[in-house]
Design a protein around this ligand. Sequence first.
Ligand code: HEC
Ligand code: HEC
Length: 240
Amino acid sequence: MCMKLLILIVLFFFTLNVSAELSSHGMVPDTMAERVKACTICHYHGDNNQERSSYYPRIAGKLEGYLVNQLRHFRDGRRYHQAMALLLENMSDDYLQAIAHYFSKLDIPYPPPESIDLKPNEIELAKKLIRLGDPQRDIPACSACHGDSLMGNMSYIPGLLGLPSAYLTAQLSDWRSGSLIRGQVTNCMSAIAKQLSYDEIIVVSRWLATQTVEGETQKTLSPDLVKRCQSIFLEGVAQE
Ligand code: HEC
Ligand code: HEC
């Protein structure tokens, strides 16, 4: 299906759901599930009949602070994807917060890991970057921020497991090249991606996508790393 047509269909359903909610205001206890059906056309929702894309990121169970920051970025044009921008246009911060809250609490099964063959030296490289980083290039271990289990940390740092390798590669490459998707904002993550080579980006993304999703989110981050990602934490504080 052509992308523009898909977006029009999605927008139609989204407006329909919003107006249905407004007309029955106060009578329906939980209509968020109805309203976000427009989102779950693309974002995996645990429905076995749903066709799984190899690019669309899963958003269920992601940390609330991270999700709300991304929704605001899409709405305000700091992160770009056409359908996302159109859907979120004119939505208030409060509404975006409510959507983020809904998805962060959504507990649905994860799809199985991708099966990609990695050579032993690739596995070694990925693990080294993830667990130790590379102090010479000022790259802290990925796990120092994203959590020991890589399931996210401190509400604003997302989990890295259960995402498609194509999506991960695109995000890191975009930060590295500073292009449209999300590369226009400078933050601790874009600075790290700029230190990685394209080969490292591909290997790390593939390794992450082949891991089983397990473990808890973390709630501790060293003061140095908090400082390093200050702009991201402030984005969250500013809207509260
Ligand atoms: C037409 C398909 C489509 C629809 C409909 C859609 N999204 Fe997305 N969404 C995407 C794509 C593709 C991306 C990844 C964009 C990129 O490459 O950065 C994305 C990214 C996101 C992200 C960032 C995820 C992350 O890990 O950083 C969030 C949050 C999100 N969408 C929420 C929503 C919400 C809420 C809705 C409903 C209002 C919605 N999306 C509807 C396609 C869609
Ligand atoms: C200093 C802390 C820090 C370190 C170290 C770090 N990250 Fe991140 N990472 C973040 C933050 C904060 C975000 C959220 C960025 C945003 O809100 O735009 C993020 C986001 C991401 C995302 C986007 C996830 C999504 O759902 O779209 C990917 C992929 C990622 N990091 C991979 C890595 C990898 C791989 C490493 C190790 C090489 C790493 N990160 C090291 C802080 C860090």
